[in-house]
Design a protein around this ligand. Structure first.
Ligand code: NAD
Length: 425
């Protein structure tokens, strides 16, 4: 499989699984791990493809294809998002599942990595159709999911309501309520304080440390953010509140720019009213890709994968990139940016607070004992601080970039667990 994908890595927007594998090989090359461990980690442990019918409101029946991939479960149950998007493929799920394995190990929580999704544009479905599709998908993947085996959470185009439907469907099959089967649920059915904002809070906490190390004072720093959803929108809010100038923001519709900084609360109101950021009064319009190239100190890709490529990496003006999205930088862009001295804080560290708070939610559900937001914030800060320091130390000691360091730290932790458990039977 690795050989098939190696050729695609040279393309401008590589297959995401090829990117994940290339990153893994680069980190594994620098570690003294056994061929057995390397071979095990190079491929997902389990892959499920499901094809299923859903009755539409018109009475017609439409077929859908979905996936659930578990990359590795050595350190605990698999954990990972559910994505509804037209671009969902098995290879994308494999890459996201592998990154989840690394992410959980970087923040040292006892989960492995998984990911799932359905190939669909959910905006073409009515709310009832979306619910029926979700419940059927949850039933199909119930072969794998469960509170002790694989715990889905929200990702692109899925939210607390989708998680509630998955939790309810699974619970109906069991005959009793199983809140711990998903995270990112509404509070009233066992969700956690702080889960919705966790990934953005994580980006903010890691950015504060990285900006300090790069001697960029965050107060008054200029920041550009691609993506204005759960992660990008909340990150913009936190940065604005901390006195940073968020000079550019974009979503699918295009971008908006103001050199003095955008009024983020007002931009949120505008987005709620019109459904997009473009047309925000007083701001200059930007093309969809232009946000990545504006003059700024910090760039935060918070939309989707493969956004920083060989074609646009030279146009990036920021000194520091904090990856809020998963996989936003292709390997070619990564090399070009690093050669120019741009510091990149990788996704598996920057947004890992999302899965850390999911872990807190799962722990609370299993104990039926719930924490307040102060406790969540305290634990999140502690977990991210330990992870940030460990990645920095690895980067310093082994003279590698932060992405390679984060992957090395994760792979080393998983390799130790694999070795000590041995090979069954
Ligand atoms: P979302 O659907 O809430 O928001 C995505 C945003 O990106 C939207 O504003 C959309 O319009 C915009 N967008 C999409 N394509 C774009 C493009 N080409 N140019 C500009 N904007 C574009 O999704 P989200 O939950 O905020 O996730 C964003 C990223 O963060 C994804 O990579 C996701 O995997 C990652 N992530 C999410 C979480 C979480 O808890 N939600 C946790 C960790 C990582």
């Amino acid at each position: 499989m690795g050989d098939d994908l190696a050729g695609q890595a040279g393309e401008e927007r590589p297959n995401l699984w090829a990117t994940a594998l290339a990153q893994f090989e680069a980190a594994a090359d620098r570690l003294n791990i056994s061929p057995n461990v390397r071979g095990t980690l190079r491929q997902p442990e389990r892959e499920l493809t499901v094809n299923f019918p859903v009755r539409l409101d018109s009475g017609a029946v439409r077929m859908f294809t979905g996936y659930r991939v578990q990359h590795n479960i050595t350190r605990g149950p698999a954990k990972g998002g559910v994505r509804y998007d037209e671009a969902v493929t098995l290879d994308e799920m494999r890459a996201l599942a592998m990154w989840m394995t690394w992410k959980c190990a970087v923040v040292n929580i006892p989960f492995g990595g998984a990911n799932g999704g359905v190939t669909v544009n959910p905006r073409t479905l009515s709310p009832h159709e979306l619910e029926r599709m979700t419940r059927r998908y949850a039933t199909e993947i119930s072969l794998l999911i469960g509170p002790n085996s694989d715990i889905p959470g929200p990702d692109i185009n899925t939210d607390a309501q989708v998680m509630a439907w998955i939790m309810d469907t699974y619970s109906m099959h069991q005959g009793y309520s199983v809140p711990a089967v998903v995270t990112g649920k509404p509070l009233v059915i066992g969700g956690s304080e702080g889960r919705n904002e966790a990934a953005a809070k994580s980006v903010m906490l890691v950015l504060q440390r990285a900006a300090h190390d790069a001697t960029i004072p965050l107060k008054d720093a200029s920041v550009a953010i691609q993506g204005f959803g759960a992660v990008g929108g909340n990150t913009a809010e936190y940065l604005h509140a901390h006195g940073a100038r968020v000079v550019a923001v974009s979503d699918r519709s295009g971008g908006v720019y103001h050199a003095d900084g955008l009024d983020i609360p007002a931009l949120h109101r505008h987005k709620r009213e019109t459904g997009k950021v473009v047309g925000f009064p007083g701001a200059q319009a930007l093309g969809v890709g232009e946000t990545l190239a504006v003059a700024c100190d910090v760039l935060i890709p918070a939309a989707t994968e493969n956004q920083l490529t060989r074609a646009n990496a030279d146009r990036v003006q920021a000194r520091l990139i904090v990856e809020a999205a998963n996989g936003p930088t292709t390997p070619e862009a990564d090399a070009l940016l690093r050669a120019r001295g741009v510091r990149i804080v990788p996704d598996i560290l920057a947004n890992a607070g999302g899965v850390a708070v999911s872990y807190f939610e799962w722990v609370q559900d299993l104990q039926s004992f719930f924490w307040d937001e102060q406790e969540i914030d305290h634990q999140l800060d502690r977990v991210l601080d330990l992870a940030y320091v460990a990645v920095q130390r690895m980067a310093h000691d082994r003279d590698v970039d932060l992405r390679t360091a984060a992957q090395m730290l994760a792979i080393q932790r998983i390799a130790e667990s694999t070795d000590v458990r041995g090979i069954y039977p």
